[in-house]
Ligand binder design. Structure first.
Ligand SMILES: C[S@@+](CC[C@H](N)C(=O)[O-])C[C@H]1O[C@@H](n2cnc3c(N)ncnc32)[C@H](O)[C@@H]1O
Length: 292
């Protein structure tokens, strides 16, 4: 299948992604977009490589039974986590800023309700943002947040031929069946990548028989990481790690339930000694990774 380069421009004019959905990918997407155009950046991979990859990435599409499209995820997470977005955007901005990276064009894959990009736009007003989200329910929430320079697309990025300065993959790959293939396939879409990964594996979560099952049931986590396995996953998928740091999700985003709030006391005490040790023993941390 010939690849027609897509184009994103840095302006605020209307834009339509032009990579047609493949015929054998029915559900993919409406292809709906209210994005705006940006300048053309050819992908790093050759056409032959992309064609091979395209066959491989179809497996990352959501199917009819997906909890992200059958209302199960929406029922468990009606806000699609927008209340966490200002905090996440601040942490993303921090890791970019401390590495002196000021991307002009930023894409988020699995952007959910899109609030992270809205928040980032206030921190990087000169940048343009595109959010890809396959779930029609999340996309509906995101499309209400569209504004000049912040656009959302209801499809998989793997079916577009686009390139950005930075790609955000925030609390997403632990939801994806073939997470290593997914992470590897994202590489060509941007120069810099920011991954945020919940560290569900801790002594505490393994000790409590229901903890990991709860994460699976309520927020759809299929894969569970420690700091070390998260870093090695990104490295194994073909990235060079530029920077990483723990983010204190449980302590800095309070009111996550009585047990979680009570656990914040020993978390805080132990983290004075060693945040790494506290994350490993008690959980409640995530990892921000900057890679290329
Ligand atoms: C926990 S939400 C994170 C949303 C947003 N990034 C945030 O942090 O607020 C996980 C997102 O991953 C998306 N997702 C699930 N499976 C996916 C897949 N195979 N490919 C791309 N996105 C997927 C879901 O639709 C959902 O919006």
């Amino acid at each position: 299948m010939p690849i027609v380069p897509n184009s994103f421009s840095s302006g605020d004019e209307p834009f339509a992604p032009n990579a047609a959905p493949r015929n054998n990918m029915p559900r993919l997407t409406s292809g709906r977009s209210s994005c705006q155009t940006v300048e053309l950046h050819p992908p790093e991979a050759s056409i032959e490589e992309r064609e091979m990859t395209d066959d491989g990435v179809a497996k990352h599409d959501l199917n009819d039974a997906s909890i992200y499209d059958n209302a199960e995820y929406l029922a468990n997470n009606p806000s699609w986590h927008v209340e966490d977005s200002p905090w996440k955007a601040a942490r993303i901005f921090e890791i970019l800023d401390r590495n002196s990276i000021k991307p002009a064009r930023i894409v988020e894959v699995g952007c959910g309700a899109g609030e992270i990009l809205v928040q980032l736009k206030t921190k990087l007003p000169g940048s343009t943002f595109v959010g890809y989200e396959m779930s029609s329910q999340a996309f509906k929430l995101a499309s209400e947040r569209e504004r000049p320079g912040v656009q959302f697309v209801n499809k998989s990025i793997f079916h577009d031929n686009v390139h950005f300065d930075a790609l955000l993959c925030i609390d997403v790959f632990e939801h994806v069946d073939d997470y290593i293939g997914f992470v590897r396939s994202l590489k060509k879409f941007a120069k810099y990548k920011v991954f945020h990964i919940p560290l569900d594996l801790s002594v505490q979560s393994v000790f409590r028989s229901q903890a990991l099952l709860d994460a699976r049931k309520s927020v759809g986590h299929l894969h569970y990481f420690t700091k070390q396995t998260a870093i090695e996953t990104v490295r194994y998928a073909g990235y060079e790690i530029i920077d990483h740091h723990l983010t204190a999700m449980a302590m800095e985003l309070p009111n996550r339930g009585l047990r979680a709030n009570l656990m914040n006391v020993p978390r805080w005490l132990l983290s004075r000694l060693s945040p790494d040790l506290a994350a490993r023993l008690l959980g409640g941390w995530s990892l921000m990774v900057l890679a290329r």
